[in-house]
Design a protein around this ligand. Structure first.
Ligand code: NAD
Length: 379
């Protein structure tokens, strides 16, 4: 049966490792917004990874592909880990996350980094370094060395093996992601830092030239600076509060955002949104997922931090569902839960009691009830 056309369709794909564990909590949050805030949405859960592979021969079975295809927004968990060794490389590649990003042309990956004052004592960085940290890394997601051809491993005449990959960017690929950064900066503090390795790589020379040209042509009101990626890694640890929007290529963004995660306390805290081009109806395909991977070292233990996934729901509320007030409400609920001392193991101060993944979901749901109740009182 087809859903009524005003219903927003959300595909929920937990995937592998801790993916299903953290996504189960986000599902409860989405359900709460549908039930309590009257958001007209249909949630469709679908499987991905080893389990459907064993049943169907595909990591991305037909019904999951269909759910993602028809979805206005996709909530993704994680993929990867030891289980993937049980899937032949060709089957893993077909329907793999990189192919999905490419299929939906999800070129702009937004990764907000915010230091929560409640986590100052458990964060690996000092409190004075974390003060005022609030920036977004935009990682180009569908080009660069992760996609460039040729790639492979070959055996040389002398018997050695040689691995090779190709870093490549076209001017359009650079300009569209730089445009996302400039437009976002206009809604924030008006600063873009573009990160490259233009002292060594031709792709980075082109990257810098294109960013500068676009800035001069259309975004001269935004402050633009440039950093080499090695310096950027150091600056993120030294003084992360200096950044507003950082834009960079695929591999640099991948690495820098894990580094920047330490400013938010844990990799488990970071949400993300991956956005495709705007179509003629003004819509864009969007996939929301925590920045972390399948975390095989803690998978199945019920201790993963679900806040990266839950905060990805806040991004979905703001960017696809057009519910900025509800996005604010959810972020406020997460802040409230943290301020009240809710901690999973990765963000717990020494000696603090630790919540399970499910209990952290409970804490956020309780905080949502509380914050929404207070809003009603003040209305
Ligand atoms: P990871 O992000 O899975 O884990 C890195 C470290 O952070 C681990 O110690 C882990 O326990 C911890 N961690 C991550 N998320 C956490 C959470 N929510 N709560 C508490 N601790 C958390 O990175 P990895 O170990 O390098 O990669 C594992 C697998 O995940 C690999 O196969 C990799 O390819 C894959 N991966 C997938 C995605 C994705 O699905 N988008 C992203 C990154 C890595």
């Amino acid at each position: 049966m087809n859903a009524p056309s005003n219903m927003i369709k959300v595909a929920v794909v937990g995937g592998e490792g801790i993916g299903p564990e953290v996504t189960a909590q986000s599902y409860r949050i989405l359900d709460w917004f549908a039930a309590k805030r009257g958001i007209p949405m249909i949630l469709r859960e679908a499987q991905y990874g080893l389990i459907p592979y064993l049943a169907t021969g595909k990591v991305l079975p037909a019904d999951t592909a269909e759910a993602m295809e028809e979805a206005d927004a996709i909530l993704w968990g994680a993929t990867g880990g030891p289980e993937t060794k049980e899937v032949p490389a060709a089957a893993r590649k077909e329907g793999g996350l990189l192919s999905l990003r490419s299929k939906y042309d999800l070129y702009a990956n937004l990764r907000p980094i915010r230091a929560n004052p409640a986590l100052a004592d458990s964060a690996p960085l000092k409190a004075h370094v974390l003060k005022g940290v609030d920036f977004v890394i935009i990682r180009e997601l569908t080009s660069g060395i992760y996609f460039g051809e040729p790639r492979g491993i070959e055996t040389l005449p002398d018997g050695q093996r040689r691995g090779f990959n190709t870093e490549q960017y076209t001017s359009n690929q650079i300009r569209r992601v730089a445009r996302s950064a400039f437009e976002l900066a206009r809604t924030r503090r008006g600063k873009v830092c573009s990160v490259d390795k233009a002292n060594v790589l031709e792709t980075s020379v082109l990257w810098r030239e294109e960013v500068i040209a676009l800035h001069a042509a259309e975004f001269f009101d935004v402050e633009l600076t440039h950093l080499y990626v090695d310096n950027a890694a150091m600056q993120i640890v030294r003084e992360p509060s200096q950044f507003d929007v950082m834009v960079t290529g695929n591999i640099f963004g991948d690495i820098l955002s894990d580094c920047a995660a330490m400013a938010s306390g844990s990799l488990g805290m970071l949400p993300s949104a991956s956005l495709g081009p705007v179509d003629r109806f003004g819509r864009r395909k969007a996939l929301y997922e925590p920045v972390h991977g399948s975390a095989p070292d803690i998978a199945g233990k019920g201790i993963a931090n679900p806040l990266g996934s839950i905060l990805s729901v806040a991004m979905m509320l703001r960017m696809t569902l057009d519910r900025p007030d509800d996005a604010d409400l959810l972020e406020k609920a997460v802040d409230t839960a943290l301020a009240a001392g809710a901690r999973t193991a990765d963000i717990a101060e020494p000696g603090a009691s630790k919540l399970s993944t499910q209990e952290m979901g409970d804490a956020v749901l309780n905080a949502l009830e509380k914050v929404a109740g207070k809003e009603r009182e003040h209305a």
